[in-house]
Design a protein. Structure first.
Length: 148
């Protein structure tokens, strides 16, 4: 078993202060399948989580979309906007085997706020496995666009 401590990864910082903004579109890598060796892959469930880290303000998650590796929309994961209170969170699940080929898939998250706030933390958590072995890892979102 190989363990990696993120504390030893160069240029890895968890205490970053972001500028306050009123909206963003965020790209989050997601994987519903990973290769474990040549010609063999394991299915994964992928859960998107949006954490509102604002001390005082609500944010509204307006859209959560799931795309395949070819960039085709597979599914819209929320039917109406979700209001998140300060320190609130929401999640959206793509279960194992639920939609198309997810090697290289992604979520697109659109959120907004009435006043400028610290941007939410947006991550995908992938888990899977069979028997006594399991696979789990996370990926963090990348901002595509934002408004001050």
């Amino acid at each position: 078993m190989v363990l990696v401590s993120l504390a030893t990864v160069p240029n890895c910082s968890f205490a970053q202060v972001s500028e306050s903004v009123t909206s963003q579109v965020i790209y989050v890598p997601s994987y519903s399948r990973v290769f474990t060796q040549e010609g063999r892959s394991e299915p994964l469930a992928s859960t998107l989580v949006v954490h509102n880290i604002s001390l005082q303000s609500e944010i509204k998650v307006e859209r959560v979309e799931y795309y395949d590796r070819a960039g085709q929309l597979l599914e819209t994961l929320i039917n109406e906007p979700v209001q998140l209170m300060p320190f609130g969170s929401m999640n959206a699940l793509v279960p194992i085997g639920s939609v198309g080929d997810g090697i290289g898939a992604n979520f697109i998250v659109t959120w907004s706020a009435e006043v400028p706030v610290l941007p939410p933390i947006v991550e995908a958590i992938m888990v899977g496995g069979s028997g006594t072995q399991g696979i789990s890892f996370t990926s963090r979102g990348q901002v595509l666009s934002q408004k001050p």
